[in-house]
Design a binder for this molecule. Structure first.
Ligand code: TXA
Ligand code: MG
Length: 504
C-alpha cells in the first residue's frame, strides 16, 4: 500500500515565525510538537515544505537556510523524529515557479519519489497557501493559528478547519485518518442522535454547543441535566434556514429581516416573540425565543441533516468556561452526550451577541462575537441591557459568576507585578517590549498566556477561553488578568473576564 505523508510548514508551524531566520539562536520550537510528531510518524512519512522568499530578496543565503534546517533536523533526530526530506522554495512571488506554495510542485515530487498516497496525506501550515497546496493535490489541509495564522484567518473559507497549533492538529489527524468521510460520519451520527432524542456536541464559529432537538422537550431536558443548568435559564435555538425561523416565531420584524440578511449565518442571536411550537423548557417560560444561524458549515450540515431546529447552550458545565475545542468539551462533559463532531478550534471564540428585538429599541442582552459597532451600522442605535431600565431580564449567561475557571481569577491593572510569582497565572492582553516589562521573556514563561501578541481584540477573543483553560489546568493559586481595549470584540472579552472574576 502507498504511504501517507504529512507536509509540515516550518515557520509558524514547527517553529515560531521570526521573519527571515538566519541564526540558530532564533529557533524557538512550538510547544508540544516533539511528542505529537513522534506519534504521527508511526503512520505518516514526514516532510517539511517551506517558502523562503528571503533568499530571492537577498535577506538570506541558501547556506544560512540550509544551516538552520540542518540544525532543526538534528534536534528532531535527538528527539527521535525523522524528517524524510526538506523542501525549500527560494523564489520570489514574481518567479511563478512550480515549488512556491500554493503551487504543489514539492508535494507531487515527494509523492512520486516516495510512493505516497496524497489522498490520505495532510498539509499543515499557518498561511492560507498551506491548505491551498493540499487542495491542489487531493491532500487534506489543516490550518494552525500559531505563527501568522491569526493574521490571515479571515481570508480562509468557512469550511477550512483551524487549530490552535500543530499538536492540536496532530491529535485531530490521529482520530480522523480519512478526514472527509470521518467528518461525514460524525455529522450523520450526530444528526441521528438528535432525531433519536439524544444529545450531540457540535462546533459553531463561536463555541462548541451541546445540542438537542428543540421540538422535543424530553431531549431538551437532558441538556439541563448534563450541564447542571437551572431550568429558568433559556436556550438558543439554532437553525439552518430562514424557513425554520418562521416556524419558531410569531412574525419576523423588518429589523430582524435586515439583520439576518446582513449577519447570518454568524455570531448574532436574535430574541423574538415565540410561536406556540416552541416548548416552554427552551424559553424558561418566557414568551420570547432566542434564535441564531451558526456560520460553521458542520453545524449547518448537522441541523439540515437532522431536519429539526437545534437547541444548544455552550457545551460546558453551568457557570464554567466555554469550550472552543472538542478537547475542552471532553474535559467537562465526557459521557453525557451521544455524539460529538470535532471541527477543530472555534474561529470566533466567544459566544454570540444576543440582541432582543421585542421592544421599541433593540437591546444587547449579551456582548459577543458580533461587535456592537457592526450592529449599529446596520440598524442604528441599540441599547445595552439595563439602560433606561430596559430589559431587566437576567438570563444565565448574564449572571455575574459565569464563564469561570476553577482557579480564582482576579482582574488587575498591574499585571507585570505578578511576573515573578510562579503560583500565579498571568493572562495578558498583549505582548510588551520585553526588556521594560517582562525581563524574563514572559512570552515563553510557563504561567503566562498572551491573548493577542499583536494587540488585536478579535485574536484575543479567539484565544480567551483556550488560554484560560490552559492556566486553569495548571492547578495554580490564582489567575490574574488584564482588560482588553473596550471596543469591538474587546467588549465581549472584558464582559467574560468580569464575570469569570466574580465567582465566589
Ligand atoms: O454562541 C453562542 O451563542 C453559543 C453557541 C453554542 O451557539 N451558545 C450559547 O448558549 O452561548 P448559552 O445557553 O450558553 O447562552 C444563551 C444566552 C443566555 O445568556 C440566555 O440568557 C440568552 O442566551 N437567552 C436565551 N433565550 C433567551 C430569551 N428568550 N430571552 C432572553 N435571553 C435569552
Ligand atoms: Mg508558516
Amino acid at each position: 500500500m502507498l504511504k501517507a505523508a504529512l507536509f509540515l510548514d516550518r515557520d509558524g508551524t514547527l517553529i515560531e515565525d521570526v521573519g527571515y531566520l538566519s541564526d540558530i539562536e532564533d529557533i524557538h520550537y512550538i510547544p508540544g510538537i516533539f511528542d505529537i510528531l513522534r506519534q504521527l510518524q508511526k503512520s505518516y512519512t514526514l516532510f517539511v515544505v517551506s517558502n523562503q522568499v528571503g533568499i530571492a530578496r537577498g535577506f538570506l543565503s541558501h547556506i544560512q537556510v540550509d544551516e538552520v534546517n540542518r540544525h532543526i533536523d538534528s534536534v528532531f533526530h535527538q528527539q527521535g523524529i525523522h524528517i524524510q526530506q526538506w523542501f525549500v522554495c527560494p523564489h520570489d512571488r514574481e518567479a511563478e515557479c512550480s515549488c512556491m506554495k500554493p503551487a504543489p510542485g514539492f508535494l507531487l515530487r515527494a509523492a512520486d519519489e516516495h510512493k505516497l498516497d496524497l489522498s490520505r496525506s495532510f498539509v499543515i501550515g499557518d498561511h492560507p497557501h498551506d491548505p491551498a497546496t493540499a487542495e491542489a493535490t487531493g491532500a487534506f489541509g489543516l490550518y494552525v493559528l500559531s505563527g501568522h495564522g491569526m493574521k490571515h484567518l479571515e481570508e480562509l473559507p468557512q469550511e477550512q478547519l483551524v487549530f490552535h497549533d500543530l499538536p492540536a492538529a496532530g491529535e485531530w489527524i490521529l482520530e480522523h485518518p480519512n478526514p472527509k468521510t470521518d467528518l461525514e460520519t460524525e455529522v450523520s451520527r450526530g444528526a441521528a442522535a438528535l432525531q433519536a432524542g439524544r444529545l450531540t456536541v457540535f462546533p459553531t464559529e463561536t463555541v462548541y454547543g451541546l445540542g438537542a432537538n428543540a421540538l422535543n422537550p424530553d431531549a431538551v431536558a437532558m441538556i439541563f441535566e448534563a450541564k447542571q443548568r437551572p431550568l429558568h435559564d433559556p436556550l438558543i435555538v439554532h437553525v439552518a434556514s430562514i424557513q425554520q425561523v418562521t416556524t419558531l416565531v410569531e412574525h419576523i420584524p423588518q429589523k430582524a429581516v435586515h439583520l439576518m440578511e446582513t449577519f447570518w449565518p454568524g455570531p448574532l442571536t436574535l430574541v423574538l416573540p415565540k410561536s406556540s411550537r416552541v416548548p416552554d423548557i427552551i424559553t424558561g417560560g418566557n414568551q420570547t425565543v432566542a434564535i441564531r444561524m451558526p456560520a460553521n458549515p458542520l453545524a449547518l450540515q448537522l441541523i439540515s441533516t437532522a431536519g429539526v431546529p437545534v437547541a444548544a447552550p455552550s457545551a460546558n458545565l453551568f457557570g464554567r468556561t466555554s469550550p472552543t475545542t472538542a478537547q475542552h468539551v471532553k474535559n467537562q462533559l465526557s459521557g453525557s452526550y451521544a455524539a460529538l463532531i470535532d471541527g477543530g478550534t472555534c474561529r470566533v471564540g466567544v459566544e454570540s451577541t444576543v440582541l432582543s428585538l421585542t421592544g421599541e429599541t433593540p437591546v444587547i442582552l449579551r456582548e459577543g462575537g458580533l461587535a456592537r459597532e457592526d450592529i449599529e451600522e446596520a440598524i442604528g442605535t441599540v441599547k445595552s441591557r439595563g439602560e433606561d431600565g430596559e430589559a431587566k431580564y437576567d438570563g444565565p449567561g448574564m449572571l455575574p459568576d459565569h464563564y469561570a475557571p476553577t482557579t480564582p481569577l482576579r482582574l488587575v491593572n498591574d499585571i507585570e507585578q505578578y511576573m515573578s510569582s510562579p503560583r500565579v497565572g498571568k493572562l495578558c492582553f498583549q505582548s510588551r517590549p520585553k526588556k521594560e516589562c517582562f525581563p524574563q521573556a514572559a512570552d515563553r514563561d510557563k504561567t503566562t498566556r498572551i491573548l493577542s501578541p499583536r494587540g488585536d481584540v478579535r485574536e484575543a477573543a479567539i484565544n480567551l477561553y483556550h488560554r484560560m483553560q490552559e492556566l486553569d489546568a495548571m492547578g495554580l493559586d490564582l489567575i490574574v488578568a488584564e482588560f482588553a481595549p473596550d471596543h469591538g470584540l474587546g467588549r465581549a472579552v472584558n464582559d467574560r473576564l468580569k464575570k469569570a472574576s466574580q465567582k465566589t
